[in-house]
Each structure stands twice: as C-alpha cells, then as structure tokens.
Design a protein around this ligand. Structure first.
Ligand code: IFM
Length: 486
C-alpha cells in the first residue's frame, strides 16, 4: 500500500520563529478499538465497545470497530508513514481483550501469546523506524466479561487491571518509552455509566461515581504493578481536563456551576492522584447520589503514587451556566446528547451553544485553555513532566480532484495550539512533548466514522491512506522543530 501525496494548497507561512526546546517530543496518537480492526482475530474476545456498537441506535450509522483502519494488519505501512512524517513517538493503546481474553472478574486468565505478539511486532517496527513507543493500557475497550461482573463499578476490575498492566510491562516494558495507565477516565466513568453515550451505555449516576473511584484505584494499582515489573519504565496517566469558565462571572450561580464542573471533571481525578484525597465539595455535591462507601481505608494511598509524567488531552474550552430547570437544558458540552446528564449530582447545569467557529464536533476553538491547563498542572504537580497526549480537530475532509486533502482549518487549529504550548513553556511549564490526535481518521466512538480527526485520510472502502495537508505541514514543523512567526 502506498500513501497518496499531493501538494498542499495554502499553508500558513513558516519562517524561522518559534523554536521548541531540545528533546521536545513530536508525536501522534491512536487507540486500539479506533484503528486496529481484527476484532475476532488471534484470540481477541469482545470488549464493551464491540457490544455497544452492535446495539442498535448506539453508534451513528451502525458503525463498529470490526475493521476500522485495519491497523492490525497494516501497522508496518502505518509505521512507514510515521517515519516519513518524522514522528519521534507514537502513542497507541493496548487492547486488553487481546492480552488476557479469558479474564473474569475473579481471575486474569492465561496470557494470549498471539495477542502479545502483535504489540511485540508493532513496538519492534517502531523502534526500527526510530520512533519511541508510548503505550496506553486502557483506552476504553474493557473486556465484556468484566462488565458482565459489574465493570468499573466493581473493584475487582481495578484489581484485574493491575494484573493485566503487569503482563504488558513484563512483555513490552523493556522497549516502551512510557506507559500511560488510563486515557480520560472522565469519559469512561461519566459517559459510560451516567449519560450512557459511551459503552457500556449505563445511566446510573451512583455507578458513575463508583467507576470514578475504581478507575482512580486502577491507575494506582497498575502504576505499582508496572514499576515492579519494569522499574525503569516511566508511568503516566492521561486526563481530559476542562478549562471551565462561568458564562457570567458576576453571577454567583454560574460561578458555582463552574466550580462543580471543575470538581467532577478535574479535581475528582487530580486530587486523589496528586494529593491522595477526594475534594470535600465534590463529596458534598454528590452526597444525595452516593455515600462513597466504595472508597475503602487505604485506597487513597494506593491511588496516590508518584508520577513520572502527566498527560493532558485538550480540545476545547468549557463554558457553563446554572440551569433553572425550565425549557430544554442546553447541553453543548461536546459529549453527545442524552436524557441522562453526565454531570452527576449537578444536573442543574447547562452548556450554552458556542458562538463563532466550531469544529465538525461542534466544539469551539480556544487554544488559551491549553496554556492555562498546562500552567495549572505545572503548579499542582511541580516537578512532574507534562505532555499533551492528545490535541486535534475533526473537520469534514474530502479528497480533492487533485488527489490532496486541503485541511487548512486543521492546520490553523494545530498551529494555534502549538503556539499555546510554546507560551506555556515560556511561562515555565515543563512540557516535554505533543501528540497530535490523530495519526489516522478512525472510529470516533458514538459518531462512528462520520468524524475525521486524522492528519492522514483513510478511505474506509479501500483502506487507502492519503496524507492530508496537515500531515505535510506537521512534518515540516517537526523538521524545523518549531513554527514560523505569528
Ligand atoms: O477520539 C477521541 C479519543 O479516543 C479520546 N480523546 C478524544 C478523541 C476525540 O473525541
């Protein structure tokens, strides 16, 4: 398979200007269920996303990840593309249902050699190409058998996760650049168990908070398990934090709404991971939903492990206001629409429709949020290296008659966000790298294949890859190790 390349149309000018620090890592990211396909090959068993996507009405167009980008079979060509772009690192995720496909809530089950072998091949291919592999252990594809036993509402899932993490560390730990325990636990907990727009599609607010805690616990237990197997392997976690602002900063109700979103999206993960505690206001806000008795003595110490790095996924800013309960609740929080709110214990919030330019996801664009969040992390986690582990944008790309994909909006988006990273660096944040989401167009969860985030276009009928203008532009940024003047 060869990738199609066309001359970019109008790219922002680059002159020598903004240079990034030596060693700054230029990467791109994907996740297993979104790109691999091969859903039933080499012993893989179903994950919650296989089940969810087969449930009528859950995913746009009835799409599934059965084939996706066929990365499982085409990884060599995809690594060759990465090499051409000059990527220093590739962030992918490991599919748990490939590694221990017979897992049950009470036992991890045998390691599936064929499943491990795929990641062995991928990692070796990357290293051969001079690309550092960064592996996420959990990017949402929970083995279905674990969900059948309660999923993330059950602490045994956290215990099994730590055992699975140890297996991955034992087999791949000598060759990975870094391991990321969880990707965006906010989505796993609240979209999976409260609003139900993600797998497993449950709409039980108390279950979502139990999931929050067991995901935090899973991170802590897995961090310790990885360190035992591969002491030199850096361990990180990736959070999708919100830069949240009240619609009317002078209205105390809006200010309180912003505090509650900050609690449920940011502090309920940051506080236990970085400080070994849950925020008192979140416990109070959710007291009518649960008494948090799933938090056992000693759990917070287990969650609170030293971190080697912290990953931030950032796409768009969040503006919130109080909702008085009348009319239709505005829910432009970018996470799909559901009768059940993901904002557990705080359904009197609403998210006004953004004004101005939005991406194909309906997400507003404001790179300042990324700078603010990087500085916040720098202050809250002093000494912990920071990475942007995802940032990018969906646009309705088409292959033009000249054979190219002229995604100027995406170039503008990434350019603005890289400038924000640079400003954060200048302000003192210790940002070590940037992973663009995504290398390839892929299965965008509840939106199926209808949203394209890739810098490489994928024709889903033929699996042909076409480098978009943004890929050529990003390759140039990498080569220059920076951006032109603003
Ligand atoms: O595609 C997702 C990814 O899996 C997690 N972070 C956000 C991306 C865009 O929605």
């Amino acid at each position: 398979m060869t990738a199609v390349e066309a001359r970019p149309a109008s790219l922002p000018q680059q002159a020598d200007g903004l240079v990034f620090p030596p060693g700054f890592v230029w990467g791109a990211a994907t996740a297993a269920y979104q790109v691999e396909g091969a859903h039933d090959e080499d012993g893989r068993t179903p994950s919650i996303w296989d089940t969810f996507s087969r449930t009528p009405g859950k995913v746009a167009g009835g799409d599934t990840g059965d084939v996706a980008d066929d990365h499982y079979h085409r990884y060599r060509d995809d690594v060759a593309l990465m090499r051409r772009l000059g990527l220093a690192s590739y962030r992918f995720s490991v599919a748990w249902p490939r590694i221990t496909p017979q897992v049950t809530p009470d036992a991890l089950g045998p390691v599936n050699a064929a499943g491990v072998a795929f990641y062995d091949r991928l990692v070796d291919e990357l290293l051969e190409a001079g690309i550092a592999p960064a592996a996420t252990l959990y990017h949402w594809d929970l083995p279905q058998a674990l969900e059948d036993g309660g999923g993330w509402t059950d602490r045994r899932t956290a215990e099994r996760f730590a055992e699975y993490a140890a297996v991955v560390a034992r087999h791949l730990g000598d060759r990975l650049r870094t391991v990321i325990t969880l990707n965006e636990p906010w989505c796993s907990a609240y979209l999976g168990y409260a609003s139900g727009v993600h797998a497993p599609g449950r709409t039980e607010p108390a279950a979502a908070l139990a999931a929050v805690h067991h995901l935090n616990l899973a991170h802590g237990l897995a961090t310790a398990a990885v360190r035992e197997q591969a002491p030199a392997l850096p361990v990180a976690v990736t959070l999708n934090l919100a830069w949240v602002r009240p619609e009317d900063p002078a209205d105390p109700a809006d200010v309180d709404a912003a505090r509650r979103v900050d609690g449920l999206q940011n502090r309920v993960f940051l506080d236990p991971v970085l400080h070994g505690r849950y925020p008192a206001d979140v416990l109070a806000d959710t007291a009518a939903v649960t008494d948090w008795s799933f938090v056992r003595d000693g759990d917070l110490a287990l969650v609170h492990q030293p971190l080697d790095a912290l990953g931030l996924n950032y796409y768009s800013p969040t503006v919130v206001r109080a909702w008085d309960g009348t009319g239709v609740r505005a829910e432009a929080d970018g996470h799909g629409s559901s009768a059940s709110s993901p904002w557990v214990g705080s359904s009197d919030l609403e998210f006004p429709e953004p004004a101005g330019h939005v991406t194909d996801m309906g997400w507003p664009v404001d790179a300042e949020g990324m700078r603010r969040l990087l500085l916040r992390l720098h202050e809250e986690a002093p000494g912990v290296p920071l990475y942007v582990t995802e940032n990018g944008a969906a646009y309705p790309d088409v292959v033009a008659p000249d054979g190219g994909v002229h995604d100027t909006d995406r170039i503008r988006y990434v350019d603005a966000h890289l400038r924000a990273v640079h400003r954060a660096l200048a302000d003192g944040a210790d940002v070590r790298g940037y992973y663009l989401w995504s290398l390839l167009d892929n299965f965008e969860w509840g939106y199926g294949y209808s949203k394209r985030f890739g810098i490489v276009h994928v024709d889903y009928d033929t699996q042909e890859r076409t480098l978009k203008d943004s890929a050529l532009w990003y390759a140039d940024v990498i080569r220059r190790h920076g951006l032109g003047g603003a």
